[in-house]
Unconditional design. Structure first.
Lengths: 293, 293
């Protein structure tokens, strides 16, 4: 298949592009910055409908990961998050409809908001409360509407918080590892009891490939690892690897509280489940940080 | 109060601007086209952050009605609806935060989607399924997030389908009245059994004024008339006034199915309830169409 990976120069996009390439697909990367990978690199802006249309025109599948994915940036610039995450997704929908491509969309477990029951499945009400998850859900809905109103083949993957090599420097993983390596104290914001079902980028990449290669359409699937790791445990695991002091600070406003999410439907529909154990993924990330800084 | 009415040159915006003016407030209208009303007219684009910031800077309240409010246009151009309805609302949020204004947002009863129980109150899950209601809900959420994360005073009114003088020519009211007056048959799309709690623009204008003048913030309120009128009844009432033939055609895709919505909370919180009886509102609209074409 000819596959366009939007956001393919970013952390998660690189993992996904790599995985599709290894599976024998013809990959092109669409991003604001040129990609240094071995694939075709298309520089463009998701908000520019012409850029998107030209890039999508000859593709069979669009893996739409490109977004303001940095929660803190989205919080500071909600208009930017709205443009890229919602209008950008609308542009992808139009281009894919015009070119006859299927879309696999990177949504997020954060669309649910405050849990009404746990584990949360895909029928749980959606109550996003931050410009990041609000705009990611709106992008998902715009694509889904293009599916049921106009026939666009579309699968949305509601991803767990991704981690792996190449993670952004302002992610909690990188902050902890970078501090600890420098011998500085690690500060946990809040009590650190809040957990996340951290999901390895390679597991997520596999989910995108399964969704792209399958015939399913019109569904949203939680794509998230089963085990919860608290921020405190993460900090302790980092301290085991790079001994340093652990301190506690004020919670960050807008941090999403923990909630258990079920990936049962992804298992039933796609045969997907997360396979990378958390500590193995952490070790891979630590090796990457040590090797590449 | 100094009040900015976005979309103030449009059907609903005119009613609202008029009502605020009559209540003694200093009204300015922000729209893409110049307003011919007696208020200050600011021509600008909601998607342009500078236009919005300049218009909002010295206001106490922003009544944010400006949107791609034509459901069919939103369906044809989802990227445009995303830009205006989501990014535009994010621009309003930023400008209101910067200028210290309160925002009263025109949301819609259509945010709920398929009813899980009826009448639907504000706690009903939101499952919008069309670019119009998807982007209107995202705009509401972006403004609400600016409220709980950053202190913006914000009330969202989830409006019933509005009618009254000055209605758009492609509204079902105008289509029926215009056809009947011309002696052409009225075509009901679907069986016409689907009902709407049509809400008169003057009742809606009063809700905006109550919300703007109150101290409440951080709430969404259904602002919708209690009585349901089916499309078939509407057609029959029009035929009573301008005798013509009634025919039936295929349902329009994307039409929102009927669902009962409760305005009880708006009554409790704002002391608002709809007061214009449906037939009285229809008569006013008919007089307007006869007088102004």
């Amino acid at each position: 298949m000819r596959v366009l990976v939007t956001g393919g120069a970013g952390f998660l996009g690189r993992h996904v592009a790599q995985h599709f390439g290894e599976a024998g697909h013809e990959v092109a990367i669409f991003d604001q910055a040129a990609s240094d990978m071995e694939f075709e690199s298309i520089v463009g802006d998701l908000v520019n409908a012409n850029d998107v249309k030209a890039a999508v025109a000859d593709k069979d599948v669009v893996v739409h990961i490109g977004a303001i994915g940095d929660v803190y940036l989205a919080g500071e610039q909600p208009a930017l998050a709205s443009s890229v995450n919602v209008t950008g997704s609308a542009n992808i929908a139009e281009a894919a409809l015009a070119g006859g491509a299927k879309v696999v969309y990177a949504s997020t477990w954060e669309v649910y908001g405050e849990p009404e029951y746990e584990p949360m499945d895909e029928n749980h009400p959606t109550n996003p409360d931050h410009p990041y998850n609000i705009t990611k859900l709106a992008g998902e809905r715009i694509l889904m509407a293009a599916g049921h109103l106009r026939g666009l083949p579309i699968v949305a993957l509601r991803l767990g918080t991704a981690f792996g090599s190449g993670l952004r420097p302002n992610s909690v993983f990188r902050i902890f590892i970078d501090k600890a390596r420098a011998g500085e104290p690690i500060t946990i914001q809040g009590d650190g009891a809040q957990g996340r079902q951290f999901t390895h980028a390679s597991d997520i990449a596999r989910a995108f490939l399964l969704a792209a290669e399958s015939d399913i359409t019109g569904v949203a699937l939680n794509t998230i690892a089963p085990d919860t790791t608290s921020i405190k445990s993460l900090a302790e695991m980092v301290v085991e690897r790079f001994p340093t002091e652990l301190t506690f600070g004020a919670p960050r406003p807008g941090d999403v509280p923990p909630a258990l999410v079920s990936a049962r439907k992804a298992s039933e529909v796609l045969g997907w489940r997360a396979e990378v154990p958390f500590e193995a993924g952490l070790d891979e990330l630590v090796r990457d940080v040590v090797a590449n800084g």
